[in-house]
Design a binder for this molecule. Structure first.
Ligand code: ATP
Ligand code: RIB
Length: 312
C-alpha cells in the first residue's frame, strides 16, 4: 500500500531574474537551468523522499526531457512503470521566471500530459489494491482526473486533490469523490467567486467548498500558512518562519507531505504541521523536485522548531 500520483511531469526551464517582467516587457535574466518538475511528479518525489512507497501514472514524450524526467523520478525512489512514453507529443515543459523576491511566473505547455486519457486511468485501476492515497492535480485533462478520482473513491482509496492550475468551477459530483481539496488562495477564489486573501476569507471559502461535498478543505496561503476545515474541527496552521529562496512547488511539497503523514496514521492537525514543515524546507531551496526534503531533514527541522518554540 502506498501513495499513487496520477498527473503531470514537466521539465522546468527556469530563468532567474531581478524582478518579474511586466506584460510586453523584455528583461535580461541572470541564470538558466533545466530542472525536473510538474505538479504530479513533484508530489511523487516529495512522498518518495519522505519514505512512502510511491508510484506515478502519467505520460512523457519520446525525447530527451522525457528520459531525464523518468531518471529523476526513479533516482528519488518513485516507481515509474506506469508512466507511458507518448509517441506523438513532446514532454511537458514549464517556462518559469523566478525573481530575487522568490516570486515566480509560470507558463505550462502540457505536451504529453495533455494526452493522458482513459488508457492511463485503466492502468491505474489495475493497480488500485496497491494504493492507500491518490494525489491528483489539474495539469492533465480533467476527464482523466475525474475518472481516476471516481475509481479510487469507489475502492476506498483516500483522494487528495490539488485544484491547480485554477479552474473556475468543478462539476458537483466531483466534490463527492474526493476526501481532501487543497486549493491555494487564487484557486480557492476562482472556485468560490470571492477574494481569498487572509485567514478569515480562507475559512469562509473552505466552508463553502466543504458544503459542496469535499469533507476536508485545506486552503494554502503561502507564508500565511493554511486554514483547515474538517467535519469535526477547523483550525489555522501558520507557516514556519524561514528564509525564502524559491517558492516553486511549495504546494506540491505540502501535498506530498500531507499524504505521507496521513498514511502513517498522524492526526489531521499533526499531518498539516508536518506537511507545513516539508513545504517550509522546500521554499528555502531552489527548483521543484530538487527542493523536496528527505525524511530525516523534516524530523530535524521539526525538532529544532519545537526547541525554539516555532512549531507551526
Ligand atoms: P506552488 O503553486 O508554488 O506549488 P501553492 O500556491 O500551491 O504553491 P502556497 O500557498 O504558496 O502553495 O504554499 C503552500 C504551503 O507552503 C503554505 O501553506 C506554507 O505552509 C508553505 N509556504 C509557502 N510559502 C512559504 C514561506 N514563504 N515561508 C514558509 N512556508 C511557506
Ligand atoms: O507546482 C510547481 C510546478 O508547476 C512546476 O514544477 C512546474 O512544472 C509547474 O507545473
Amino acid at each position: 500500500m502506498g501513495v499513487w500520483v496520477f498527473g503531470s511531469l514537466n521539465m522546468d526551464l527556469v530563468g532567474r531574474v531581478a524582478r518579474l517582467p511586466l506584460p510586453g516587457e523584455t528583461i535580461l535574466g541572470e541564470t538558466f537551468e533545466t530542472i525536473p518538475g510538474g505538479k504530479g511528479a513533484n508530489q511523487a518525489v516529495a512522498a518518495a523522499r519522505l519514505g512512502a512507497v510511491t508510484s506515478m501514472v502519467g505520460r512523457v514524450g519520446q525525447d530527451s526531457f522525457g528520459q531525464l524526467l523518468l531518471q529523476a523520478m526513479a533516482a528519488a525512489g518513485v516507481r515509474v512503470d506506469t508512466v507511458t512514453l507518448d509517441a506523438t507529443h513532446h514532454s511537458g515543459v514549464a517556462l518559469i521566471a523566478v525573481a530575487h523576491s522568490g516570486e515566480n511566473q509560470i507558463i505550462v505547455v502540457p505536451g504529453a500530459n495533455g494526452a493522458v486519457d482513459e488508457a492511463d486511468v485503466n492502468r491505474f485501476s489495475q493497480r488500485l489494491p496497491e494504493a492507500q492515497t491518490l494525489l491528483l492535480q489539474f495539469e492533465i485533462p480533467f476527464d482523466a482526473v475525474q475518472a481516476a478520482a471516481r475509481v479510487a473513491h469507489q475502492a476506498g482509496v483516500r483522494v487528495i486533490v490539488d485544484p491547480a492550475p485554477a479552474r473556475p468551477n468543478l462539476p458537483e459530483e466531483f466534490y463527492y469523490v474526493i476526501d481532501i481539496l487543497t486549493p491555494n488562495q487564487t484557486e480557492a477564489a476562482q472556485l468560490v467567486g470571492f477574494e481569498v486573501d487572509n485567514v478569515e476569507t480562507a475559512f469562509r471559502a473552505a466552508k463553502r467548498l466543504q458544503q459542496r461535498g469535499a469533507p476536508i478543505v485545506i486552503v494554502k496561503l503561502g507564508q500565511a500558512g493554511v486554514v483547515v476545515v474538517a467535519p469535526d474541527e477547523s483550525f489555522a496552521c501558520p507557516a514556519f518562519p524561514v528564509d525564502v529562496v524559491d517558492t516553486v512547488a511549495a504546494g506540491d511539497a505540502f501535498n506530498g507531505g500531507l499524504a505521507v503523514a496521513l498514511d502513517e496514521g498522524q492526526s489531521l492537525k499533526q499531518a498539516v504541521t508536518w506537511a507545513s514543515a516539508v513545504a517550509a524546507i522546500a521554499v528555502t531551496r531552489p527548483g521543484a523536485q530538487p527542493s523536496m526534503p528527505h525524511r530525516h531533514e523534516v524530523e530535524a527541522f521539526l525538532s529544532h522548531a519545537n526547541r525554539v518554540g516555532r512549531a507551526g
